[in-house]
Design a protein around this ligand. Structure first.
Ligand code: ATP
Length: 137
């Protein structure tokens, strides 16, 4: 079984979509094995998105990600990283397949409802950024 890291971003939390999105994860065979709600500080958001520092969308992205509470979770399942990204859909909602979370709920490339790790290396880094071993069931 593989693990991946997932965020429900402030736009989706603010629209009461946590339950809907968890339902989609579970229906896709992804089990929630750790979860927490938090309001990111600027420092936490900048550290999480450090690879994007200096890009034109970086400052607006940090502002958006700190604009309200988020849900962070660890998902476990067979081929979890790829499956999670399938359920999420493409970063740009205009390119996201019908029926994906972003096709249904993302307002723009920035306000795109969710995040999902894109590789084993980033999943490990991102899980460790928010959870310790004792948090994971
Ligand atoms: P995520 O990592 O959130 O699943 P991703 O891997 O599809 O998304 P990245 O390229 O890692 O996308 O970008 C991280 C986040 O930064 C995106 O989810 C989006 O919120 C924001 N972002 C990326 N590119 C742009 C852009 N061109 N304009 C505005 N925001 C962007």
């Amino acid at each position: 079984l593989e693990r991946t890291f997932s965020i429900i971003k402030p736009d989706a939390v603010g629209r009461n979509l946590i339950g809907d999105i968890y339902h989609r994860f579970e229906n896709a065979g992804l089990s929630i094995i750790a979860a927490r709600m938090l309001h990111l500080t600027r420092e936490q958001a900048e550290g999480f998105y450090a690879e994007h520092k200096g890009k034109p969308f970086f400052d607006p992205l940090i502002k958006f990600m700190t604009s309200g509470p988020i849900m962070v979770q660890v998902l476990e399942g067979e081929d979890a990283i790829r499956r999670h990204r399938e359920v999420i859909g493409a970063t740009d909602p205009k390119k996201a397949q019908a029926g994906t979370i972003r096709a249904d709920y993302a307002a723009s490339v920035q306000q795109n409802a969710v995040h999902g790790s894109d590789s084993v290396t980033s999943a490990e880094r991102e899980i460790a950024y928010f959870f310790s071993d004792e948090d994971i069931c």
